[in-house]
Design a binder for this molecule. Structure first.
Ligand SMILES: [Zn+2]
Length: 66
């Protein structure tokens, strides 16, 4: 009576078994996982980041405004 639920691979939409054997879930494969991460990263680059936000991200505890 084990019920295996499936999810859709976010990259290609293929059904992926939600089980420990599906190492790359919710992706169907390592490739789809990398593609999705790559798309996510490139999307981040496309989004115009406000100079202030970027400054805060990189300055860390070094903040000249304080
Ligand atoms: Zn896939």
């Amino acid at each position: 009576m084990s019920q295996i639920s499936t999810v859709e691979c976010p990259t290609c939409g293929a059904p992926v078994e939600w089980s420990p054997e599906s190492k790359f879930r919710p992706f169907c494969s390592d490739r789809c996982k990398l593609i999705d991460l790559g798309a996510w990263a490139s999307e981040e680059h496309k989004i115009p980041v406000a100079p202030d936000a970027e400054d805060e991200m990189f300055s860390g505890d070094f903040d000249p405004r304080h």
